[in-house]
Design a protein around this ligand. Structure first.
Ligand SMILES: NC(=O)c1ccc[n+]([C@@H]2O[C@H](COP(=O)([O-])OP(=O)(O)OC[C@H]3O[C@@H](n4cnc5c(N)ncnc54)[C@H](O)[C@@H]3O)[C@@H](O)[C@H]2O)c1
Ligand SMILES: [Zn+2]
Length: 365
């Protein structure tokens, strides 16, 4: 079944189309005004798996297609890679001009990098996203945040640049590792916890859990659709993170600090935010904002999905120091999103260092 979800942003509105085999629908690009050429940007792994298929679709639709590859992994989401992509892009001139469409093919790293290229090349090119990881399907491909990491931190350089369309092909998840599926599932739990108990119930179903890991296309399309609808709703209410969009950071403040402390690669993003969500629940519990049964419920779900629920040996002072440098803080205060009931969260700015230390003791089990 095909699903199409509208991201309502006035003149920058677009559709997220979700279906098995959606990559074949890239021929729709020929419907765009002045569409003559498209440049596909993908990491080497994804280019090897899907690059020729996508180029084939573009070619048979009558578009000039080119593929630019970069080495995979978060470590390559840098200005150096961005600059190399530009060298290759401009070497294609005159085939590349202001009407060229950038196709971001791959996970969140390709999306952020290719999107930032599109945001800045020739003062802005049209771009489409073709996500191939569950994280990119349910999260990174909606909302138009693009950018790269620097030595000082993740995503510190970037721009808001909305794509003109998103093509989610759930069949691409067949080749994705279970660990990467889990990273995406952590974001799904986040979406349920901030907006929709029904999504938590969907994830709690043992039948759905098995179907997700068996890569059942219908269940995956349903899952992606529910998540995109939630993220689209949040983005439409607050495109540039002045308010509500901050709710999407649930689990991410402590989660990012844990990722930074352990070093990227020692723990996946999904595992980090799983711990972050559990820590946030504990803070809510200590303030009487949620019932014990709800904190236990979220923890049980994360555990069932194969996500990390305990981590010993986290250095509290270091975590707090890293949290104080979070770019989402205002006036040096630690801001955190905490659950205030099933499917509901709020932003708090009065989190004490002692309360954070107590939650880290809880995580140590
Ligand atoms: N822009 C946003 O709103 C937003 C939101 C969330 C996360 N992000 C960013 O997303 C990034 C993480 O994304 P990710 O988890 O998708 O990582 P990723 O893009 O690095 O992909 C993970 C790995 O899976 C491989 N891969 C991708 N698709 C595959 C497939 N179908 N089959 C087999 N292998 C495949 C990739 O080569 C890579 O090695 C981070 O940089 C994060 O900052 C951005
Ligand atoms: Zn995340």
């Amino acid at each position: 079944m095909n699903r199409s979800i509208r991201v309502n942003l006035g003149a920058r509105s677009y559709d997220v189309q979700i279906a098995p085999g959606m990559m074949g629908q890239l021929s729709q690009l020929t419907l765009l005004p002045r569409a003559r050429s498209a440049v596909v940007i993908a990491d080497r792994v994804v280019a090897g798996l899907y690059g020729q298929q996508v180029l084939g679709v573009l070619k048979s639709a009558g578009l000039r297609g080119h593929l630019i590859e970069f080495p995979n992994g978060e470590a390559n989401k840098t200005l150096a890679t961005y600059s190399k992509i530009f060298d290759e892009l401009f070497a294609l001139r005159p085939a590349v001009d202001r009407d060229t469409i950038i196709v971001a093919l791959g996970g969140g790293v390709s999306g952020d990098l290719a999107g930032f290229v599109a945001a800045t090349a020739l003062r802005g090119l049209r771009w489409v996203q073709v996500p191939t990881t569950l994280l990119a399907d349910v999260d990174a491909s909606v909302g138009g945040k693009t950018g790269v990491d620097t030595a000082a931190g993740k995503n510190l350089i970037g721009a808001f640049h909305q794509p003109i369309c998103v093509f989610v092909d759930v069949l691409a998840l067949r080749t994705l590792s279970d660990d990467d599926i889990r990273t995406g599932l952590a974001e799904c739990v986040k979406h349920g916890a901030i907006r929709q108990v029904a999504l938590l119930e969907f994830l709690e179903s043992p039948a759905n859990q098995s179907a997700i890991f068996a890569r059942d296309a219908d269940v995956l399309a349903d899952l992606v659709g529910q998540n995109v609808a939630i993220k689209a709703q949040v983005i439409a209410a607050d495109e540039t993170e002045a308010g509500l969009r901050a709710h999407l950071n649930f689990g991410h403040t402590i989660g990012h600090a844990i990722e930074t402390l352990l070093g990227y690669g020692r723990i996946s993003h999904g595992q980090g935010i799983s711990l972050g969500m559990i820590a946030a629940c504990q803070l809510s519990l200590s303030r009487g904002l949620v019932e014990q049964s709800y904190a236990s419920r979220l923890e049980k779900l994360l555990d069932q999905l194969g996500l990390q629920v305990r981590w010993a040996g986290l250095d509290g002072d270091e975590i707090i120091r890293i949290m104080q440098h979070d770019k989402k803080n205002r006036d040096g205060k630690i801001r955190m999103v905490l659950p205030v009931g099933p499917g509901r969260v709020d932003v708090f700015t009065d989190i004490s260092a002692d309360a954070i230390r107590a939650t880290l003791r809880y995580l140590a089990g």
